[in-house]
Design a protein around this ligand. Structure first.
Ligand code: ARG
Length: 467
């Protein structure tokens, strides 16, 4: 029997009936529905609507439903349940009879679904943050391990300047760290309790909203019943945040795919995260990375679905809102899988350090350092740039590097070159001249590694994921 069948004389069209149900996907919210129902039952008892023993009965039955959900076969099989709210009520009535029917006093599914979704997002954020902490840990471990290794940094995908490999890895650390911060920020705003908002205008019973909010670990009750039952900005914000995480994961994946090509050869793919080709026997393909890159597209699709579903909805609740659930769940689980795979990959990938280093030894990656050398000796940078550019042209013609030009040849371009230029053209000097916080000078990178470790330790502690 439907929760609202009293109003109807005719049965629903069977196809429509089947089609409008959300239980096939919102069953995932069961444990939040139970927690919210337990909190509501507390408020009903505090308001004197149900007795203490009725509360105890309802509470225990809800607990039992929660437990059974994990281990009773066919637990979720219920072709009649319209949604998770209906499902729990049916189970409750099946367990304790008439008393179970009292639970729905003073509440509406409109506030229930808003509450369940907030609880879901809160939990998912905690879960994703613990997975993020693991990915950050993997990045940091590798960055700590590669020590003095160098590699080319690119702009426009052209060799630009050498950097410490750790510096490159720390760039990803920063991106993923911000994703974690954004998730926290989103959690903060999602963490308000809609219960007590009723269907649209507020509960019709004198329920203690503070009590309910507190019981569910929310920071406070929501401020406006129409807003609380109808906006889903918290879900949109969550999926936006996950989309940005998807962008970072996708850029990371793309770069590792490139670096695994024979043309670059900077990394060797871990076999555990690769696949072969059914046609070409020699292939080892970076499918894990390609899928991570591809999954970002799916998440952006989820984001657009959420934005579009809410756009133009008049206040307050409309059934369109039910359409938000599947893309929301999909974005959440996609992010979780991608993070796990990325962390596993990161721990196993091999850096081909010699190859990365030798890529830094050609292509004039010390040209900017040479121009800086001149500028430090009073040559206006514009002229210094010009002088080194001409020296580069000569090297291209001679098929050599800057440091292979003799001093008298360098003097053709600027008299300010002295013998010590050769020291300044060496890799160590080129790295060291980027002597600013956030730059690749080794002592700054050491410091950045330390700071990153400290930051990560606070995150790991907060999520109980300390190694
Ligand atoms: N399954 C519904 C949803 O996800 C629950 C709320 C139903 N409310 C209603 N007035 N029909 O949005």
């Amino acid at each position: 029997m439907k929760m609202w069948s009293g109003r109807f004389r005719e049965p629903l069209d069977s196809h429509f009936e089947e089609w409008q149900r959300s239980f096939p996907f919102d069953y995932k919210l069961l444990r939040y529905e139970i927690a919210a129902s337990q909190a509501h039952a507390q408020a009903l008892q505090a308001a004197g609507i149900i007795t203490q023993s009725e509360f105890a009965q309802i509470n225990a039955a809800l607990e039992e439903i929660n437990k059974s959900s994990g281990h009773v076969a066919d637990f979720f099989h219920d072709p009649e349940a319209e949604d998770v709210h209906h499902f729990v009520e049916k189970k409750l009535v099946a367990l304790i009879g008439e008393t179970g029917k009292k639970l729905h006093s003073g509440r509406s599914r409109n506030e229930q679904i808003a509450t369940d979704l907030r609880l879901f997002i809160r939990d998912t954020i905690d879960h994703l943050r613990s997975l993020l902490a693991d990915l950050l840990d993997a990045l940091l471990e590798r960055a700590e391990e590669v020590k003095t290794s160098v590699m080319p940094a690119y702009t426009h995908l052209q060799r630009a300047e050498p950097v410490l490999t750790a510096h490159w890895l720390l760039a990803y650390f920063e991106m993923f760290w911000r994703d974690g911060e954004r998730l926290l920020d989103c959690r903060e705003r999602a963490n308000e309790c809609p219960l007590g908002s009723g269907a649209v205008a507020g509960a019709t019973l004198p329920l203690d909203r503070e009590l309910v909010s507190h019981a569910l670990g929310f920071a406070r009750p929501t401020a406006n019943s129409m807003d609380a039952t109808s906006d889903r900005d918290f879900a949109i914000e969550f999926v936006n945040t996950v989309s940005l995480l998807g962008i970072h994961l996708s850029r990371w994946a793309e770069e590792f795919i490139l670096f695994a090509t024979q043309e670059y050869g900077f990394i060797t793919l871990p076999q555990a995260y690769s696949t072969g080709s059914s046609a070409m026997p020699q292939k080892q393909n970076p499918d894990s990375l390609e899928l991570i890159r591809g999954k970002a597209a799916r998440t952006f699709g989820n984001q657009v679905a959420l934005l579009t579903a809410v756009k133009g909805l008049p206040l307050a609740y409309n059934k369109d809102l039910q359409e938000l659930q599947e893309p929301l769940f999909e974005a959440a689980s996609t992010a979780g899988h991608c993070l796990k795979i990325a962390a596993g990959f990161m721990r196993q990938v091999t850096f081909n350090r010699e190859r990365m280093q030798s890529a830094c030894e050609s292509g004039f990656m010390n040209a900017m350092a040479a121009a800086t050398y001149l500028a430090r000796r009073g040559v206006p940078f514009r002229q210094a740039h010009e002088a080194v550019a001409q020296a580069v042209q000569k090297c291209i013609a001679l098929e050599c590097e800057l440091e292979q030009l003799a001093l008298h040849e360098l003097h053709e371009f600027s008299p300010a070159f002295e013998l010590d230029i050769y020291e300044h053209l060496k890799m160590q000097a080129v790295l060291a001249c980027h002597d600013v916080p956030g730059g690749t000078a080794p002592h700054h990178v050491q410091q950045a590694l330390k700071v990153a470790r400290e930051k990560l330790a606070t995150m790991q502690e907060a999520h109980g994921t300390h190694a």
